[in-house]
Design a protein around this ligand. Structure first.
Ligand code: AMP
Ligand code: GLY
Length: 458
């Protein structure tokens, strides 16, 4: 641990020689672990506000920028009006603002190769990016690539087949061999909408055809058909430097819009961490069978993976099965995972480019964190924007993370489907949830909606 080493080295100076020796070490330490860092976070949601909130507390931070950010991030850093996928504009800003580290929030820039862009640019190559390269990002960008990877490294997952329009007849034969319900997944990124779960065989075949014919554009030109896994979902989060890793707190997310997990899928309506059924024994299985084989597999594939790995699991008969990899943190899972981390998070991130994550201490709060997401009425379908948000300043028992918010004159206004996440702590989930629901009632905007049953199944 760097801190301990530092303090050990800084023991009383006996003579001039010792002092010189210490000074040299100090310079060395300073170079390898910068203490004055300008950090750029890419993204504009609740996840990014949470990352910004946490990084802003770091003693290593000089200046924090968020591109493009939201009305919340401007309170902990400076928003810059650049899209996370406009790489030339990012380059200009990164150089102009003397950025020392880039932290990528969403998957889109990763799948489009933002890390590769930095690594391959003579002027940017010394600015580390937290997030995998394009090949690493394929774990999320292509369901087929993820399934092949899991099969190759014996990582437990559902049986599957992968098909295109040319192999539609084989796909139907494959469906004939499977039991209902049928799980159809667009291979590419489809903004969380590319998974269909269908009970009827003929309907599954028909829907498959619609998908292959372009329902989700190029993303569904290939479709993965998967065995249905019956169980309860939980997600694990890993931060890795490619060699070493830290297991972050796990979380459970509530994806459906309606109470009792009904209705359309959303980005996520709330989250809880820790997850009671994800106990030590289960977590050890996740580490042994999934986390470590994943990191080993990435190394064997020659992928230098530096960033977050989000492992979506279903617990089937007490055994973990992977349903998806994401190459970033979850949203709203970040809003409960990151606040539980007590350690200086920027110190962890800064150790990644040098592959020294193993030297970092890392502690997690025992308390339960819950987050409840306030959304615009109508979401995940049509909804209105620009509604004035009031009452944020009256919230005292929760942390208010902005997601889809913007500024209009002196007002904070709604600017997206998911507007705000309120995170609270408690000795147990009931205590934390009570605070989150109270805060959710305190914040007002026209057509506000939130699920009042987050955690109901735990
Ligand atoms: P994904 O985009 O792969 O995370 O899938 C979206 C949602 O579909 C997941 O959160 C699960 O609720 C569900 N799902 C995905 N794959 C399966 C599966 N093989 N069995 C059961 N449910 C699944
Ligand atoms: N909440 C799910 C996700 O971030 O993918």
């Amino acid at each position: 641990m760097l801190h301990n080493e530092r303090s050990r080295r800084a023991e009383p100076k006996k003579n001039h020689n010792t002092f010189t020796f210490q000074a040299v070490i100090l310079i060395f330490t300073t170079n390898s672990q910068k203490t004055d860092m300008n950090v750029l976070i890419l993204g504009s949601g609740g996840r990014e506000h949470t990352l910004a909130w946490k990084i802003a507390q770091s003693k290593k931070l000089t200046k924090l920028y968020i591109a493009p950010g939201n009305a919340g991030t401007r309170e902990v850093g400076e928003n810059i009006d650049v899209s996370p996928t406009d790489f030339p504009a990012l380059k200009q800003k990164a150089l102009e603002l003397n950025i020392d580290l880039v932290v990528v929030g969403p998957e889109d820039p990763l799948v489009k190769g933002v890390r590769d862009f930095f690594v391959n640019d003579a002027e940017l190559k010394n600015i580390p990016v937290i997030g995998p390269d394009k090949r690493g990002a394929e774990l999320e960008g292509s369901k087929e690539v993820a399934k092949e990877f899991m099969a190759k490294y014996n990582i437990p997952t559902a049986a599957y087949g992968s098909f295109t329009l040319d192999t539609y007849n084989e796909a139907c034969t494959f469906l004939d061999t499977m039991k209902a319900p049928y799980v159809l997944k667009a291979d590419g990124l489809a903004a969380g909408k590319g998974v269909l779960i269908i009970n009827d065989l003929q309907e599954a075949k028909d829907s498959l055809k619609v998908m292959l014919e372009g329902q989700f554009g190029d993303a569904s030109a290939k479709v993965v058909i998967e065995e249905f896994l019956d169980g309860i979902e939980v997600s694990y989060f890993v931060l890795t430097d490619g060699d070493n890793y830290k297991l972050l707190p796990e979380a459970k997310d509530y994806k459906r819009i309606g109470v009792g997990d009904t209705g359309l899928n959303t980005g996520g309506m709330g989250a809880i961490s820790p997850v009671p059924f994800a106990d030590k024994v289960f977590t050890q299985k996740v580490i042994d069978r999934i986390v470590e084989p994943t990191i080993e597999g990435l190394k064997k594939e020659g992928i230098e993976y530096q960033g977050f790995i989000f492992i979506g699991l279903i617990m089937v008969n007490n055994e973990p099965m992977v349903i998806e990899y994401n190459v970033r943190m979850g949203d709203p899972e970040t809003q409960v995972v990151i606040p539980r981390i007590e350690s200086d998070f920027l110190e962890l991130l800064a150790a990644i480019p040098e592959k020294k994550l193993n030297e970092q201490s890392f502690t997690i709060k025992d308390e339960t964190a819950t987050t409840v997401v306030l959304v615009s009425g109508g979401y995940p379908e049509e909804y209105e924007k620009g509604k004035i948000i009031t009452g944020i300043e009256k919230v005292t028992d929760s942390i208010v993370f902005h997601a889809g918010t913007g500024v209009n004159g002196n007002d904070v206004v709604t600017n997206g489907g998911r507007v705000i996440a309120v995170t609270s702590f408690g000795a147990n989930k009931e205590e934390a949830l009570k605070k989150s629901f109270d805060s959710a009632n305190t914040i007002q905007f026209d057509k506000k909606y939130f699920r009042n049953d987050i955690g109901f199944d735990l």
